[in-house]
Design a protein around this ligand. Structure first.
Ligand SMILES: *Cc1c(COP(=O)(O)O)cnc(C)c1O
Length: 443
């Protein structure tokens, strides 16, 4: 037993002093290969280092350990002093870097074209940790008025009362309003969603990044609605956040998040003395990280099909006289903008909204879609292989006041549909049409 342990250590760590000498060079290695000149996220992902399993397995091993052992007592001290770290294969404790979570994080960084990334236990914890790292008490955020309900509540309720961090919400594509809301010496973050939940308003990422950088802010973009479709960091943003629970997972079985950004920010978030991730501790489990790493390789294929079906359904619904909101339709106010920013061949995203006028009509139509036509499920969340539908005003955005909802473009009869790819397109369209015919008979 003891011999085995010694052999493992000897194989992996020939000489701890050598490691220390090479430390500065190796520190860079921790995130090397992440930033890639490729503009297509799938190409950049394929260029990233492939992690093999411990025994030559085609898949990475799962490092299911909370803690890590060392040969010499002094090594622990040196790890805590920052002399030895994950860059030279020294791990302390899995609330700090875990090798499997780190591998998944490198995949996320490759996908988003950032220097580094780290994954967390939820999208909300990724948002919270990133913002707490970037803002101090007394600080200020300028954010889009159309945001995920939880993020809006975090900024309008939790941050001001618990952390003395305030937010000014602005119409994000009104560039003058954005610039005017920035308070010099106080504002440190410009925050928005690349494609907003649920209004599908698309932000002008390059223009907003220019304004943010001119004023010295960190530009943070939630890209949950449009992985592969949009690459905010390649368009100028500094930090890209994901709720990995949605399209990236694709299974509606995992809650997870990611912060993708500069290595300096990710390393700071992991600092043992004042890092927001290390100290608040929203850690991803290594087994979850492994599961997710098996899904990212087919994210590109899934996004193409989500987008293709959403576009076809949006076009056909529009023809039938339904009020449809979808950035792939020419009349969508940011259709041209999205075309100019979007990655080639990924379409316009997998979410579309229809406005049924009133919440009663929206509820009636959703119940026909689910219980009469078997088109999809009434549920919050998105990115699943089945279609999920919810009435945003009374569910995922209900944290927002009526006034805030109006500003965010959320009408009471708005149904958000996350278009799935199960079955054939014509089979699913037939079901959608069947529910619509029944609805029109009754109304
Ligand atoms: C769901 C969602 C979140 C929150 O993510 P969780 O994984 O549920 O914590 C944040 N932003 C957007 C845009 C979302 O859709």
């Amino acid at each position: 037993m003891a011999d085995t342990l010694v052999n493992v250590h000897n194989n992996k760590r020939s000489n701890e002093n050598d490691v220390v000498e090479g430390r500065d060079a190796k520190k860079l290695m921790l995130w090397s290969g992440a930033v890639d000149a490729e503009s297509d996220p799938a190409a950049s992902f394929a260029n990233a280092r492939h992690e093999f399993g411990e025994h030559g397995g085609v898949n990475m091993s799962i490092e299911a350990s909370a803690t890590f052992t060392v040969m010499e007592p002094d090594t622990l001290r040196r790890m805590f002093a920052g002399e030895l770290g994950p860059e030279n294969d020294y791990f302390v404790y899995s609330r700090h870097f875990n090798p499997t979570v780190l591998n998944l994080s490198r995949q996320m960084a490759a996908l988003e074209g950032t220097e580094a990334a780290y994954c967390t236990s939820s999208g909300m914890s990724a948002i919270t940790a990133a913002l707490l790292q970037l803002c101090s008490s007394g600080g200020h955020i300028v954010a889009s008025s159309t945001l995920y309900g939880g993020t809006h509540a975090l900024m309008s309720n939790f941050f001001p009362s618990k952390c003395n961090i305030t937010t000014t919400f602005v119409e994000i594509n009104d560039l003058d309003a954005v610039e005017n809301a920035i308070v010099e010496g106080k504002t440190t973050v410009l925050y928005f969603e690349s494609m907003a939940n649920p209004s599908l308003k698309v932000a002008n990422i390059p223009a907003l990044a220019r304004i943010g950088h001119k004023k010295g802010l960190t530009v943070v973009v939630d890209n949950t609605f449009s992985p592969m479709v949009l690459s905010p960091a390649r368009l100028g943003a500094d930090v890209v956040i994901h709720s990995v629970s949605k399209f990236i997972s694709g299974g509606a079985d995992i809650i997870a998040g990611a912060v993708c950004g500069p290595a300096s920010l990710v390393n700071k978030m992991m600092d043992l003395h004042d890092g927001a991730l290390m100290l608040t501790g929203p850690t991803m489990n290594a087994k979850v990280a492994f599961d997710l790493s098996e899904r990212i390789p087919h994210l590109a294929l899934r996004m193409k099909e989500h987008s293709h079906r959403a576009l076809v359904f949006a076009q056909r619904l529009k023809k039938l006289g339904v009020k449809v909101l979808y950035p792939g339709l020419e009349e969508h106010p940011q259709h041209e903008l999205l075309k100019s920013m979007g990655n080639k061949d990924y379409g316009f995203g997998g979410i579309l909204c229809i406005d049924m006028g009133t919440v009663e009509k929206a509820n009636k139509f959703m119940s026909y879609l689910q219980n009469y036509a078997q088109f999809g499920f009434m549920a919050v969340s998105l990115g699943y292989y089945e279609t999920l539908m919810s009435c945003s005003g009374s569910s995922t955005s209900s944290e927002m006041s009526a006034e805030a909802q109006k500003l965010a473009g959320i009408t009471p009869g708005l149904i958000r549909l996350s278009i799935g790819y199960i079955g054939t397109l014509e089979q699913k369209w037939g079901q959608l049409e069947k529910a619509l015919i029944k609805f029109n008979e009754k109304h």
